[in-house]
Design a protein around this ligand. Sequence first.
Ligand code: ADP
Ligand code: GLC
Length: 492
Amino acid sequence: MAETGTACKVAFVGSECYPFVKTGGLGDVMYALPRALTREGCEVRVILPMYACIPEKFKKEMKYIGSFMMDLTLEGRTFYVGIMELEMDGVTYNFIDNREFFDWGNPYTGLWEDIPKYCYFSKASLAILNYLEWIPDVIHCHDWQAALVPLYLKTKFWNSDLATSRTVLTIHNLRFQGICSIAHLKYWSGLSDGLFDYSVLIQGDDEANMFKGGLAYADRITTVSETYAREIQTPDFGERLDGHLRYHQGKLSGIVNGIDTDIWNSETDKLLAVPYTREDVLQKKWENKCALRQKLDLNQEDGSKIMIGLISRLTDQKGLDLIDYIFPKIMEDGRTQVIVLGTGDKRYENAFRYYEGVYKGDVCAYISYNESLAHQIYAGTDAFLVPSLFEPCGLTQLIAMRYGTVPIVRETGGLKDTVAPYNPETGEGNGFTFVMYRPADLLDAIDRAKEVFFGDRPGWDGIVQRDMEKDVSWEQSAKQYLALYEELKKGN
Ligand code: ADP
Ligand code: GLC
């Protein structure tokens, strides 16, 4: 149990965490939420795999803490577990070292290899807590990669010191569940036959599902917005687990994500051409826009074009087929520039490259992962597109708003919860939204944004000001997580 003075002792278990390894928003949350909880008085330890792809400069800072052998698999094969440690701004990070599992991938490879890798990771996370004799009040697990933690805790670790710890499992994205053949999961997890039941790990005729099992065994389930918490209980968003989630709805809730407002701060952001505040955003955003055009070889204009940004994993989730469909229409007025930063499906990478060729000087398709350019795009563009098919929370619209860039989003999941539609009558709202997943509806939202940008500048500038004022920090949500942990600690 936590010592006096500490609100709660919490272990975070997840597969990525900025700045060590990040492929999307999960990495941001694993970084920012522990820091926000620390500010609320919690003691937080973050447990991660020691991937080979973690930058050398962090590896050099890590201390070796100890090692032991742990059994895994049905036949009880033993595997090395090394513990490395690094401390950063009041949060302790433990990296689980095992070259067999973590020596390749960025950090994921393919499900066939990832399933054994994350069985090992989930079990080893509990084993190192025992080894360190660091017994948390709550073990907060993230996504399918950490979903076996509640199962291991209540079976293999039931008579260890850890047995008093409670578990929270957060769904960041239900599309990925860790599904494989029953035999594969049985072998690697080494979990008992009793758990391979339809109410726990089994689905359909012959599949095992790690997320499903974790959701059944976790003491609480959260997801990253209230709307997504409701959506995933329906067949359209439930990814075949809607019935399972409805069954467990009593322990399911939504807590919206925030962003780290130190990293994402236009006033102190060293990556920007010109830093700015809410007071001078109108002038300084223009300077950032010019610098961005120069950097990306886009035509310099006299101010008469709107610049629209998109930063995203290029996958079906993100509504890119809608954009592809209407791209020529977006460009038709000759008053638009578009910048895309992302990597992913070849289909989308090629589509954006194609439009870059067709609209030379007005479209940039930057097909790569680039943190500093991301900062410059958030700051230098006027509007920001997030037309997702589904979006558990979404962080890019939050960052865009913080940088005074007006989001154009589809009303789904966290996008709906964080971007209030602009109402020209009352002058309220944060951005432009559409509901139905149809190209014409996205185009209509973009056209409405352009109408205000070109035709009602005071109206547009008002949105920019409101967006920069909006609280997108972690503070409120961290308090909600803490309240949840405290309830669990009381035994509820
Ligand atoms: P998801 O987790 O579904 O990818 P989020 O909106 O929650 O979506 O988080 C995406 C995060 O990844 C944001 O911090 C965004 O800035 C970042 N990001 C996505 N693609 C790139 C890229 N190509 N270069 C730099 N940052 C990126
Ligand atoms: C997932 C979701 C995204 C969310 C992020 C962090 O990757 O796709 O919507 O913001 O996790 O919770």
